[in-house]
Write a protein that binds this ligand. Structure first.
Ligand code: F6P
Length: 749
């Protein structure tokens, strides 16, 4: 294949070359002809002079005697030279007196002598017997009565030589053409191979990296152009992204269209630990629960838009009863749109993989929340085993050899590498939903290299913020032998290229219940009444899993401090904390929950007035619709995470407030703080600052609430979850196109 292409390419060069050489030969032959003729004429002129000088003396002696026979004999002897055709003698009166037999009859003495009288050069004439050169050698008057010796040279040999020269010139050009063509084909073939290798590597993305081997770098024919091509590819990508953002309004429909157009209707495979729907046994019936999970909140609408299969741990008590014989169930239960494939874990496996390695090891490792990570070999072994089980499920669910797989979160750091080994052509998009720490912090993990290698099986590796991407690149740089291109944020390891990019996650827009909800005032009145609070009561809300990273204790401390500073608000303000139980099997979480309960009770002892508590702690699961009612009722929402990848509660609160009221207090340590600039940004470790922000939120004038909320809503509307998924899928589609093009232009050779 490559040979034919290079031949075709070189023919494109060789044919014009041959034509050019032909034209050149055509022009050169007459030139050479002319040149050789002039050389010969000059040669004959010199010879004529020589012969003239030689004959001059004897002829001068014989002419006065008028001895014709001796004169003719002298002239005849002189014509023994093969090129001298004839000699004649014209007297001063222009009469041909003597001549050798071959002297052309058509030559007329007077005109010849007249023409050549004062010239050293002869004249070329074409006579019936052929081309001749005629020159005149004058005899001095005293000695030869002023006549002229006429020398006629045969020029046919010049024509013969000229024909020979022409032949050799043509042969020379033909041989030159063949040699140049062969060299061209050979060089073009070598260059084509080199180029194709380079271009293929570039399309795979490798070419946009600095060559690893300095030797290779020097030899690479593509090297001088790598910089330009790299810049070009980057510009094209940037322009396309810009154009996408400017032209696409992200919605379920645009995401679906994108999938059909760019990924030719590929079915998406999603892998996460947490499943989007849990079937739970309740007395004599089965209930469906939706977990309190940012991951599920974000990915579920994407799956509904794209369809496909979501592979997750079946952790609900009635999950096994609700699947088919392939462990699949169609969801959402009310309006099925995609498959949920459940993976079963034993208690021991869940303990090691999920509670142990993922949540006692990686979770505190990645969150700087001052809880020490715990790493046990037995947990690691379960983590490896369960990652492999999910990888096997991906292979089983894939209906082609290059599926698009979306791997979610820190439970599956090894999964991309495992899928890559089984399905080398798969497009694997891994999204890390939690922060990525700096290299020193990550370095304490005993299996850091294995985790990084596993993650680098991904085609695209996404984090919420550029800062997390930077931390990841630095971590890889510190612990693995790879090539890293910081400009394009790509890592190459053993021929596998991973693009590391930030994709800020978000929520669906419009919100699922848009237009179907009672007015905010109604909901607020209902909620306050339900809580036993008067209608004018000020309400704050916090919605989290009961997790030590969420800054719930710091939030309570801020509420307490605010009430200390503004005691007039005691009995007029209540903070409702919804805290879904989470990972309660872990001692750290149980202890944390106890502390939260203890602290809320202590604050209530200080600031409750007339049965109106300062804090209401609702430490149980709430369905999203119920959470949304609290968002709509609250004057302020507090998000005070000590460290958080994004935090979707902040965005959900903004989305819930279609009345453009309410204020958001937001920790600077969340990804959301990089987007929601109109929130009141706080350092949750700074109690006074957070308390002050809470007070400011509660006393914020309406117009200011409206301005801030309107601006934040516009951002969440435009940068919604369909954009998050769409941008990753668009990038994946580009990588796939390039890979396919690379395979096409180079075959598999
Ligand atoms: O923040 C990381 C994360 O995986 C989220 O995506 C999700 O909201 C949360 O943790 C869920 O935790 P779990 O699945 O352990 O309940």
């Amino acid at each position: 294949m490559v040979q034919f292409r290079s031949l075709r390419l070189s023919l494109r060069f060789v044919i014009p070359l041959v034509i050019a050489l032909g034209i050149l030969a055509y022009g050169v032959v007459p030139l050479v002809d002319n040149l050789t003729l002039r050389w010969f004429v000059r040669d004959i002129d010199i010879r004529s002079q020589l012969i003239g000088r030689t004959l001059h003396e004897p002829l001068a002696q014989l002419l006065p005697e008028g001895n014709s026979s001796r004169i003719n004999a002298l002239l005849l002897r002189a014509t023994q030279d093969e090129r001298l055709l004839a000699l004649g003698y014209c007297d001063a009166g222009g009469t041909l007196r003597y001549r050798t037999p071959a002297f052309p009859k058509s030559l007329d003495c007077s005109s010849i002598v007249f023409k050549n009288k004062d010239k050293d050069e002869g004249t070329l004439l074409r006579l019936p017997q052929g081309a001749v050169h005629v020159s005149v050698y004058p005899m001095v008057a005293e000695e030869g009565a002023g006549g002229s010796l006429i020398l006629v040279h045969d020029m046919s040999f010049v024509e013969r030589r000229s024909a020979d020269t022409r032949k050799y010139v043509i042969i020379f050009f033909v041989v030159l053409g063949i040699v140049v063509s062969l060299i061209t084909v050979f060089v073009a073939h070598l260059s084509w191979r080199g180029w194709m290798e380079g271009v293929r590597a570039m399309l795979r993305g490798e070419g946009i990296l600095r060559p690893f081997s300095p030797q290779k770098a020097q030899n690479s024919e593509l090297q001088p152009l790598v910089g330009d091509l790299r810049a070009l590819l980057r510009t094209l990508d940037a322009e396309r992204r810009f154009a996408d953002d400017a032209t696409i309004t992200w919605s379920p429909e645009s995401l679906r269209t994108l999938l059909h157009k760019q990924l030719v209707g590929e079915r998406i495979l999603v892998v996460s630990n947490r499943e989007p729907y849990l079937h739970i046994k309740k007395d004599d019936h089965i209930e469906v629960n939706r977990p309190a999970s940012g991951l599920v909140t974000a990915v579920e609408p994407v799956m509904r838009a794209c369809s496909g299969t979501w592979i997750a741990h079946g952790s609900g008590s009635a999950d096994r009863e609700t699947v088919d014989r392939h462990d699949r169930v169609r969801v959402p239960p009310q309006k099925p749109e995609y498959n949920l494939r459940r993976i079963w874990l034993t208690k021991e496996e869940e303990q090691g993989y999920y509670y142990g390695f993922a949540n006692e090891g990686l979770w505190p490792l990645c969150h700087i929340a001052h809880v020490r990570p715990v790493f046990r070999t037995s947990d690691w072994e379960q983590y490896v085993k369960i990652n492999q089980r999910f990888a096997d499920a991906v292979v089983a669910e894939a209906d082609n050899d290059d599926p698009v797989v979306l791997v979610q979160d820190y439970h599956f750091a090894l999964l991309p590498g495992m899928i890559r080994r089984a399905l080398p052509k798969a497009t694997i998009i891994t999204f890390w939903h939690i922060p990525w720490p700096n290299p020193e912090s990550f370095g304490i993990c005993p299996w850091r290299e294995e985790l990084l290698k596993g993650m680098l099986g991904s085609t695209i590796l996404g984090f919420h913020t550029p800062y997390h991407c930077k931390n990841f690149l630095e971590t890889v740089d510190r612990y693995l032998e790879t090539r890293i291109e910081h400009e394009s944020s790509t890592i190459s390891r053993r021929g596998q290229l991973t693009m590391v990019e930030s994709y800020p996650i978000s929520i669906q827009w419009p919100p699922p219940w848009e237009g179907a909800l009672p007015p905010v005032a109604t909901t607020r009145a209902e909620i306050l009444q339900g809580l036993g609070l008067p209608p004018e009561h000020l309400l704050g809300v916090g919605v989290d899993r009961m997790d030590y990273t969420k800054g719930i204790l710091e939030r309570f401390a801020a509420v307490e401090r605010m009430l200390e500073l503004h005691p007039e608000l005691a009995g007029r303000f209540t903070f409702v904390q919804i805290a879904a139980p989470t990972r309660s099997a872990l001692e750290e979480y149980r202890a944390f929950e106890d502390r939260v309960h203890g602290m809320s009770e202590r604050i209530n002892d200080r600031f409750s007035r007339d049965g109106r508590p300062a804090i209401i702690l609702k430490a149980q699961h709430h369905e999203p619709e119920e959470v949304n009612r609290y968002y709509r009722a609250a004057d302020v929402c507090m998000v005070t995470s000590l460290h958080d990848g994004m935090n979707l509660v902040a965005k959900e609160y903004v989305a819930a407030r279609d009345d453009e009221r309410g204020a958001l207090v937001l920790s600077q340590f969340t990804g959301a703080a990089h987007e929601l600039h109109e929130a009141l940004i706080v350092n949750p470790y700074h109690v006074e600052q957070t308390a002050e922000a809470l007070y400011r939120a509660l006393t914020m004038p309406d117009y200011e609430q409206q301005e801030r909320m309107r601006s934040m809503r516009a951002l969440v509307r435009d940068f919604n979850v369909y954009r998050w998924a769409g941008r990753m899928l668009l990038d994946a589609a580009r990588v796939r196109q390039r890979q396919k093009l690379a395979a096409r232009i180079g075959g598999e050779s």
